[in-house]
Write a protein that binds this ligand. Structure first.
Ligand code: C5P
Length: 224
C-alpha cells in the first residue's frame, strides 16, 4: 500500500448482494454485507485508480472519491457492469449475485388466503455477469476477477469455478454460519488462471483487498 500503482487506470468493483423482488415488499436475497467490495473500492482509490463501484443493497455510505452506481437486481447489475466495463482496466465482481430470480413479479402484495396452500415460487436463471464479461473482454488486456464463497472442498471448487467462469483471478473463501458475511475480517486464497495459488491469512478486508490489487497490477499490460 502507499504506492499509486493504479494511477491512470479505471477499475470497476461490484459489491453487496442482489435482491430479486417477488412483490413490492418482498424479495429473495442473501447475506452479503458489501464490506469486501467497499474495501476494494477504497483501496483502489487510495492506489490512484478511477473507481466505479456498483453497489447492490449494501446500505453503506458512498466512499469518497468513488463513482457509485446503485443497483437492486442481477439484471440491473448486469446492465451497469457491461456499461462500466467498456473502458475498464480491471473488473472485480465481489457482489453476491442471485443465480435465480422469481419468474413473475406481483405488482400488488401477495396475500395469504384462508384454507389455501401457499403457491410455489417459480424461478428462472439470472445472467452470469462474470462469465459474460470474461468471455467478452470489452477492453484488450482487461483483468477480470471473481469471488467464490464455498462451504466445502474450497480449493477444488474454486479451481473448477475459475475455469468455468473464464476469469483471470478467483478469490475463494470458506463461508459458514459465523464466517465472512458481515464480518470485518476475512481470509481467502487468490487463485490465478496461470496456476498460481496465493493464500491470504485472516485479517482486515482492506488487507485482502490490497493483495487482490497486487495480483491485478502484476497482470495489467504496461501503460503507454
Ligand atoms: O457461480 P457463483 O455464484 O458461485 O460465482 C460467484 C462469482 O460470480 C462472483 O464473482 C459473482 O459476483 C459472480 N456472479 C455473476 N453473475 C451471476 C452469479 C455470480 O457475475 N449470475
Amino acid at each position: 500500500a502507499g504506492t499509486p500503482d493504479l494511477t491512470g487506470r479505471h477499475v470497476v468493483v461490484s459489491a453487496g448482494g442482489t435482491r430479486e423482488p417477488l412483490d413490492p415488499v418482498r424479495f429473495l436475497g442473501n447475506r452479503s454485507s458489501g464490506k469486501q467490495g467497499y474495501a476494494l473500492a477504497r483501496t483502489a482509490a487510495a492506489r490512484g485508480a478511477r473507481v466505479t463501484l456498483l453497489s447492490a443493497n449494501a446500505g453503506l455510505p458512498d466512499p469518497a472519491g468513488v463513482d457509485v452506481v446503485h443497483v437492486g437486481t442481477a439484471v440491473q447489475l448486469r446492465e451497469a457492469a457491461l456499461k462500466a466495463a467498456g473502458d475498464a482496466d480491471a473488473v472485480v465482481m465481489a457482489a453476491a449475485v442471485a443465480d435465480f430470480r422469481p419468474e413473475t413479479y406481483a405488482t400488488g402484495k401477495i396475500k395469504k388466503k384462508d384454507g389455501e396452500e401457499p403457491a410455489p415460487i417459480a424461478l428462472v436463471r439470472n445472467p452470469d455477469i462474470l462469465a459474460e464479461i470474461s468471455a467478452g473482454r470489452p477492453r484488450p488486456g482487461q483483468v477480470v476477477v471473481g469471488f467464490a464463497a464455498e462451504t466445502d472442498d474450497v480449493l477444488a471448487n474454486g479451481r473448477a469455478k475459475l475455469a468455468r467462469k473464464g476469469c483471470d483471478l478467483l478469490v475463494v473463501n470458506e463461508v459458514g454460519e459465523r464466517k465472512t458475511f458481515g464480518a470485518e475480517e476475512n481470509e481467502a486464497v487468490i487463485l490465478g488462471s496461470d496456476g498460481t495459488e496465493n493464500p491470504v491469512p485472516y485479517g482486515p478486508k482492506e488487507a485482502l483487498a490490497d493483495r487482490i490489487w497486487d495480483a491485478v497490477v502484476s497482470r495489467l499490460p504496461h501503460q503507454e
